[in-house]
Design a binder for this molecule. Structure first.
Ligand code: NAD
Length: 341
């Protein structure tokens, strides 16, 4: 087999380490770029057989057309979500798109719990306080998760594991999903309810749905108004599921009691970057960061050793399959009329 050249975009040190570590003698030459892929920079992929991208690369029609113009017919997503790829254009241009559908749903579900516990028990604030030799407890009161009701929106791979973990705390778990699995819910001691009922009844709402035209802004002015006063919202799915302006208003009024986010509506160009010496241009993000009851991580829910190993393994196996003209690993090819992810 001849050497395959792959242009890897939005690369961080851990991407390099894990991709090269999983290569195991395969004839792959990686060309790592720190910037994200978009139409403007496709030319750097000249000579490559494939591009490898992440959640915030802009793989739209002009970008795909430019890739096809360089005879690049494979986009390898190092993630599960594919809302950043124009699948119609990819199909028309004959560019295959593959993803890593389930690198470690545990990584994201466990981070969800980590965020909730940190926010509720104010562990981030306590950590900083103690480091300053301030051993006081004022302002650190949280609540027991035991006996509270959590609404899990989306019961796919991650939502199911999150539900199991919530049940482990002795919580009542309400579920909603357009494709419910009643047998699983029963085995879990949880139950499906309509979205509105979930919002009205939950002390905590945890989002695990994909970003689709009908889920964009699923938490907005009118749906947030249905939620219990003091509700805690956790989003480790996709930022655009929540209308940030509506969320800020609800935090200001006190209707929403706390928010933990691993994703943000306009995270592109901000999350994953070190902007510590810069002026933050996003006023909504700046406002969100100013609330003591908002906790934000920078899309790191997936970042475990297990997930990175699996992302690299699947990416390399698909690349080698493409080279051999063999089928991609089952369930990894994203097609325009295929299942959502
Ligand atoms: P999945 O495809 O296994 O499950 C998604 C579920 O959501 C499906 O059961 C689907 O029927 C359901 N759904 C679709 N529309 C819905 C709606 N309107 N209301 C309720 N449910 C709806 O996906 P997954 O692997 O569990 O991923 C869940 C989310 O987590 C996705 O948005 C994904 O992009 C995101 N994610 C985030 C990270 C991270 O690092 N933060 C990592 C991986 C995945």
């Amino acid at each position: 087999m001849s050497m395959m050249l792959v242009s890897v975009f939005d690369t961080k040190s851990y991407d390099r380490e894990y991709l090269m570590g999983a290569q195991k003698g395969a004839q792959i030459s990686w060309r790592f770029h720190e910037f994200r892929l978009s139409e403007e920079c496709v030319s750097v992929a000249q000579g490559a057989e494939a591009v490898c991208v992440f959640v915030n690369d802009r793989v739209d029609r002009p970008c795909l057309a430019a890739l096809a113009g360089l005879n690049i017919r494979l986009v390898l997503l190092r993630c599960a979500g594919f809302n950043n790829v124009d699948l119609d254009a990819a199909d028309e241009l004959g560019v295959a798109v593959v993803r890593v559908p389930a690198y470690s749903p545990h990584s994201v579900a466990e981070h969800t719990i980590g965020l909730l516990l940190t926010l509720n028990r104010k562990i981030h604030r306590a950590y900083n306080r103690v480091r300053e030799m301030n051993f006081s407890l004022g302002g650190l009161v949280g609540f027991d998760l035991f006996g509270k009701t959590v609404g899990v929106v989306g019961t796919g791979k991650i939502g199911r594991i999150a539900s199991q973990l919530f049940r482990g705390f002795g919580m009542d778990v309400l579920l909603c999903d357009p494709v419910p699995d009643q047998t699983w819910a029963k085995s879990m001691g949880a139950r499906y309810v309509p979205f509105e009922v979930l919002l009205e009844s939950s002390d905590i709402v945890s989002l695990h749905a994909p970003l689709l035209p009908d889920t964009i802004g699923m938490l907005n002015v009118s749906t947030i108004a249905l939620m219990k006063k003091g509700v805690v919202i956790v989003n480790t799915s996709r930022g655009k599921l929540i209308d940030s302006g509506a969320l800020i208003q609800a935090l200001k009024s006190g209707h929403v009691g706390g928010v933990a986010l691993d994703v943000y509506e306009e995270e592109e160009g901000v999350f994953f970057e070190d902007l510590s010496g810069e002026v933050l241009a996003d006023d909504e993000l700046a406002r969100l960061l100013s609330f003591p009851n908002v906790l934000i991580t920078s899309h790191q829910a997936f970042l475990t050793r297990e997930a990175l190993s699996e992302i690299s393994r699947v990416t390399i196996e698909n690349l080698l399959a493409f080279q051999r003209g063999a089928p991609f690993l089952e369930g990894t090819q994203v097609e325009r009329n295929g299942p959502t992810g």
